[in-house]
Design a protein around this ligand. Sequence first.
Ligand code: ADP
Ligand code: MG
Length: 252
Amino acid sequence: MTEQTHFVEIRHAQKSFGALEVLKDISLNVERGQIVGIIGSSGSGKSTLLRAINDLDPLTGGEIWLDGVQVNKTLPHRQYEKHINEMRQNVGMVFQHFNLFPHMTARENVTMAPKLLKGLSQADVDKLAEEQLDKVGMLERIDYYPSQLSGGQKQRVAIARALAMKPKLMLFDEATSALDPELVEEVNLVMKKLAEEHMTMIIVTHEMDFAASVCDRVLFMDKGVVVEEGPPSVLFKNPTQDRTREFLRKHI
Ligand code: ADP
Ligand code: MG
């Protein structure tokens, strides 16, 4: 076996749901601090690939490595549970639908996991909630419930919640797709700020302008394969593959 040398390393990822092969031999490396965008039509396997990184949709073939540790290891059940819980603490995920706990305030949403898993004092919990919500511009709404927040505000709380675990890697799966157009920018700005702070991120998005402005590299996926990848200046302006050109014609 070769040494794992990249921060995130996806090696020959293959995933089938029954007879349906959703990921076909995908390999991808992400270095620390890099921001990788993934674009592609609905059904091309983008979400499945992101979920595989946390072993939420375990691969049927291939390996996922994060910071020198294989995520999708075969282990006896108990050991696997311990291993995957540790691994998942390193990875923050933000989905299209905010998945905030409706009966908890922004503060409680942000601190629930770290409180449970890191045994923080009440003073540390308060400080963490304030820090993280301030970072996404939501400090003023710290004691609001999700039902009292707009979609953009909810998504910013969801980002703060993911950041509160101090992840090494952030995964965004169409974080702005469910938002009214006027609320997209406030969420994009938070992601841009994380980019400036050199957070390692993999971002699935339908927003080509946003991908072009924050990503170091963009991958175009279609039908379970990476058709083409490159820096946004090349992929968006001079794609080499017909399938990429056709997709971009429809989406830019
Ligand atoms: P994307 O995020 O690019 O829209 P997905 O990764 O969600 O694509 O889905 C890729 C394909 O896998 C789709 O055809 C979808 O229907 C299928 N799929 C996703 N999850 C499951 C599942 N749990 N069971 C069966 N098929 C699934
Ligand atoms: Mg998806």
